[in-house]
Design a protein around this ligand. Sequence first.
Ligand code: SF4
Ligand code: SF4
Length: 281
Amino acid sequence: MSSEDKFIPKMLGIICNWCCYGGADLCGVSRFQYPTYIRLIRVMCSGRIDMKHILTAFLNGADAIFCGGCHINDCHYNPEGNYDALSMVNLCKKLLEHTGINPKRLRLEWVSAGEGIRFANIMNEFAKEVEELGPLGKSEGIAPDEMKSRFEKIIKLIPYFKLVKMKELAIHNPDQESYTRLYTAEEIDKLIREAPSYWIDPEKCQACMTCAKRCPVDAIISAKQQVHIVDQEKCIKCGTCLAACPPRFGAVTKVVGAPVPPPLPEDKRAIIRKARKEKAS
Ligand code: SF4
Ligand code: SF4
């Protein structure tokens, strides 16, 4: 391969202000070398890194992502954000596996502000590994369009993963090894396969507006005397509307493993009250 054809990875590092960024800074001041194609973004805490940051970076063409924080029990915040990063990265790795992407493309390390040489060593080792893996998707045998659609699907489900895995994502356990066993591949496959959708039956909805008032993300298209509609793009699958809809109406349905019916056109959403309907017939 000529030097012109050499694969130059797009690598992103998301690192915490207090320790890992200090380590990167010391690395630079000490003139330790690491590849210039690794771009760094500073965040206040590794616990601030969200699944959405990671998966969106992959969607937008990153070949690998590095997350860096303070060593465990050295986090500058209380409760320690690096435990959150640990659990979140392990979940992301499982999601990458589900997507068909090599989870080695995502790496989490702890680097203190005094460990400039450690920062350089990790960057060099990770860069070498990614160069060997090759471009995202190519070495995994996934076409760009297919990969894009897989990432888009997973990104849409992030709020749902956070809800369902809230307990695991909040675990603080000094045994770091235990985090690799938090999520199994089978469990993640099942979680995605059985991700529910919520649908409002236009025949049953009485426009009482209870669901719209309780929805935490304004995902219900609501108007007086109009059949209510779940905006599937905004819905985070929390199920609040299902619990909120009065049993006498029972208009909200949980749909699993099937597409939801398309929403009623706007000009057909006017409510015909049950009582009036009965009188008319
Ligand atoms: S499931 Fe939750 S987010 Fe979705 S429409 Fe119902 S209340 Fe809103
Ligand atoms: S709570 Fe039930 S009946 Fe009331 S607006 Fe929502 S879906 Fe319709």
